[in-house]
Design a protein around this ligand. Sequence first.
Ligand SMILES: [Zn+2]
Length: 383
Amino acid sequence: MTTCNVCDSTALSGIYESPDNLSITTMNKLIVGKTQVYFCGNCGHLQTSELPNLVEYYAQEYAINLASEDDDQLYKVVNGKPVYRAEHQATVLMSKVKLPARCKVLDYGCAKSPTLRKAMLAHPDIEPFLFDVTDKYIPFWKRFPKMPQWSVHQPNPAWNGTMDVVLSFYALEHVANLREAIGNVKSLLKPGGTFYFLVPNVYENTADFIVADHINHFSASSLRALLQREGFNNIEVDEKAHESAYVVQATLASVVTEDKPASDEIAACREAAIKMADYWKDIVSRIREFEASISEGLVSVYGAGFYGNFIATAMRQPERIQYFVDQNQHLQGIEINGKRIVAPGELPEEVTHLLVGLNPRIAKANIAAISAWHDRALNYFFL
Ligand SMILES: [Zn+2]
């Protein structure tokens, strides 16, 4: 029986199932198995059932992620200047959490820990502690401004009850056993210590709803339920400080106090979740209708990112795709399921139909700006 990862309730309703037997992950990888999304009527949590093939997926992804620096990821361009993700995360952290002199800060599930590294540039007296389940990031840890203490597989038991702050960035959405993870965080904190973390906000970024490797899609109410039940108070859930994420902090308390989740808040979450489910189900049937309408000519997909890959998983006959088209030069020449990614100007004349896999907000303007296609009579499908 399926139970809620947050509150153990069995009052879960299935609200979405991916088409056929394919699911798509954050890194645009396809894996076998159906993505099934459930809503918890008790705490307002959304969760995706864990696919057996995720283990293999993680093993491969860890290898891929090692090639790049996380702090190179662009968060936003502000007044023409790029702001990188780790930099923004460090700024928000320092604005929200008082870091006393020589405070012990642990990054839990840290990977390369770019945010803590950035925070240390402003607070050189932080004592850094790192924990991850894999030892593959040790070369990155050694490049910290001050040599951190680290532990792999399990947090070092000697650290128990000593941490002023435990950090976690984009980890809890992957964790099925939340009780164990939060229990570990609690053991590490000293009484009155701060747990500070970021998780995606699916209600701000609907693509999060269907990614198979995010098994938890938190809401403000399920985050509060999770933390209260584990004995945290002074809970703050900020939906504005970081785009499409919840920035959460809470204090480890000596007594557990649990408020009953507000029923109107849960009803609003349910409504929003069902809307997202309908949005994705509708997209699938629209893709398939367009596909069925093509009797002659060749088909390609614009966009080698998440939406383009989603179109390919939704099609009844993805083998009809001749090419993926993308303007990112780093992707051109690479293949998706044996189909080459080409630049717009390289798309052969025989291609007559193009399914556009771009965020619907910007898709039409982006396509209109492609000068190589101004004289072509392509039949477009927009999400
Ligand atoms: Zn629940």
